[in-house]
Design a protein around this ligand. Structure first.
Ligand code: TPP
Length: 559
């Protein structure tokens, strides 16, 4: 027979779930949890400097391992601070378990000190959430939370535990089973036969890969399918690591910042096999005009994504890897010379702006060079802005690259804490975070956490002294009325980083920038590489928000 407090039960269950690191910040309403955590011999705590940092640190761990990661926050401001990272996890399907402290049960609804309705606020931004009413319930809620976070399409789960529930005693005979991923939904054979028929008879098919393909580890199977059927491949921002960047069939990212020829090929295709994608507007542009000539086969593990934004000619519910494995032996090899020839002609007529080799003159060259130096097994993290889109366009991705970017919510400040979580989860891998001066300042306090943890994180700061992507949109769509997008103070990031005990390098005025880059990337530990970037450098092409993908501005040639 066990006799424990709710807090001890919680920590015990987290240990049994295999959790070894928790990120968070203590406060009045979760101190019993912290007291229990302090006695754990299996879980270590990473004290971040802001709860949003803790949420993203957990995301970094979860995104790299594919397994759930846990973060803690206290009630009130702790909870509100962490919610941005939870919303971000929801949109990008990341299994994060967030445990918040709440005021004691009797005080809920009284405007008590540090009381907010965390349960109510988190309903729309979590996959599921719980308000724990008695300590005994933790015995089923915690395992259930892990099962929900990982089953089907992954997502965040929030558990709000009132302080007195954390202190309440529970007697129980044995620990419950741990919560695990449930079996994936089965697809129908009939669907597969129809899919094979559609693929065999298509003349201009395209394979469109999303984050779901990366999550299910289906990249290799997808590439085999593409090669067997001679299908050009495109991917969303989240699916960029599914196939090697330099594979002849790979057309790179589609949508708002695709290469011109990629969006033009999509205009002409007659069948799109969409796998693990959610028809996000950054990918489809005006969805009614997306792939106007194409029938759609849509494979997804989440029923609610099928037919959500575009009715599929054939929706298939299932894990993309299971489905493509079943499809492979059934499809007929095809050469499709005419279609491949058409794509090659498009590429010649509208050549890519992405350099074949790295360098230092343009942001795209720099990103490629960093990729060359970081190696195939690097984990690449970004913040949000032009630097993020340049990284998506220019980084030499392979299936071994880790790619952690805030795709759905587009959260500035994502980069640094997520990179720390990634480095903690994979200490043997190089973690490189491309950031902008706007984004870095949104969670710069986590430099202290990185120094404390001694993580091998390199931030490549592309400093244009502005909110670059906003500046670009103001130029293109608001008659260059640059209101509130230019910074007047020239922040000395090197000095700031040194103050946080980081090693710093600067490409400004470097006689041999390549040597500087090489030296900085070879250094292990928290590292800042400062790179001045011209404010007028743009991300090209650009589809105006809300417009059809064919309406691309700029990027017609090697500008
Ligand atoms: C938290 C948050 N606030 C505002 C925005 C809107 N926004 C998108 S990109 C951007 C500018 C990003 O600037 P910076 O990080 O310096 O990157 P750059 O575009 O200059 O490369 C802004 C303000 C956002 N995405 N996230």
């Amino acid at each position: 027979m066990f006799s424990m407090t709710g807090a001890q039960v919680t920590i015990g269950l987290l240990e049994r779930q295999g959790i070894r690191t928790i990120a968070g910040i203590p406060g009045g309403a979760n101190l019993p949890l912290y007291d229990a955590l302090s006695r754990s011999t299996r879980i270590r705590h990473v004290l971040t400097r802001h709860e949003q940092g803790a949420g993203f640190l957990a995301q970094g761990m979860a995104r790299v391992t594919g397994r759930p990661a846990v973060c803690f926050a206290t009630s009130g401001p702790g909870a509100t601070n962490i919610l941005t990272a939870i919303a971000d996890a929801k949109l990008d399907s990341v299994p994060v378990i967030c445990i918040t402290g709440q005021v004691p049960r009797a005080m809920i609804g009284t405007d008590a000190f540090q009381e907010v309705d965390t349960y109510g606020m988190s309903i729309p931004i979590t996959k599921h959430n719980f308000l724990v009413r008695q300590a005994r319930d933790l015995l089923h809620i915690i395992p259930e939370a892990f099962s929900i976070a990982t089953s089907g399409r992954p997502g965040p789960v929030l558990i709000d535990i009132p302080r007195d529930v954390q202190l309440e005693m529970v007697d129980f005979g044995q620990w419950p089973e741990i919560g695990e991923r449930e079996p994936v939904p089965a697809y129908f054979d009939g669907d597969l036969d129809l899919a094979v028929e559609m693929l065999n008879s298509a003349r201009r098919p395209i394979l469109w890969l999303g984050g779901g393909v990366v999550a299910s580890g289906a990249g290799q199977e997808m590439l085999t399918l593409a090669e067997r059927l001679s299908m050009p491949v495109t991917s969303t921002l989240m699916g960029l690591t599914a196939v090697p960047h330099d594979h002849p069939l790979n057309m790179g990212m589609l949508g708002m910042h695709a290469q011109r020829h990629t969006n033009m090929a999509l205009e002409a295709c007659d069948l799109i096999l969409a796998a693990g994608v959610r028809f996000d507007d950054r990918a489809t542009g005006k969805v009614q005009e997306f792939c106007p000539q194409a029938k759609v086969i849509h494979i997804d593990i989440d029923h609610s994504e099928l037919d959500k934004l575009r009715a599929a000619s054939l929706p298939i519910l299932g894990d993309v890897r299971e489905v493509v494995r079943a499809l492979l032996p059934k499809v007929e090899p095809a050469e499709r010379q005419e279609w491949i020839g058409y794509i090659e002609a498009l590429k010649r007529a509208f050549p890519s702006r992405i350099p074949e080799q790295g360098g230092h003159a343009t942001p795209l060259e720099l990103i490629r060079r960093v990729g060359e130096l970081a190696g195939d097994s690097a984990i690449v993290v970004t913040d949000v802005g032009k630097h993020q889109m340049w990284a998506a366009q220019g980084y030499p991705f392979t299936p071994g690259t880790g790619w952690l970017t805030s795709g759905g919510l587009g959260t500035m400040g994502f980069g640094l804490p997520t990179a720390i979580g990634a480095a903690l989860a994979a200490p043997e891998r190089k973690v490189v975070c491309f950031s902008g001066d706007g984004s870095l300042l949104m969670n710069i306090q986590e430099m202290a956490t990185a120094a404390e943890q001694g993580v091998d994180v390199t931030v490549v700061l592309m400093n244009n002294a502005s909110l670059g992507l906003v500046h670009q949109q103001q130029e293109l769509f608001f008659k260059a009325n640059y209101f509130s997008s230019i910074y007047d103070v020239n922040v000395d990031f090197g000095l700031i980083a040194s103050g946080f005990c980081w090693k710093t390098w600067d490409l400004a005025g470097a006689a041999d920038p390549d040597a500087v880059l090489g030296e900085a990337l070879a250094h292990r530990g928290p590292t800042l590489i400062h790179v001045p970037v011209d404010r007028d450098e743009k991300v090209w092409p650009m589809v105006p928000p809300g417009a059809a993908n064919r309406t691309m501005l700029g990027g017609e040639c090697h500008a």
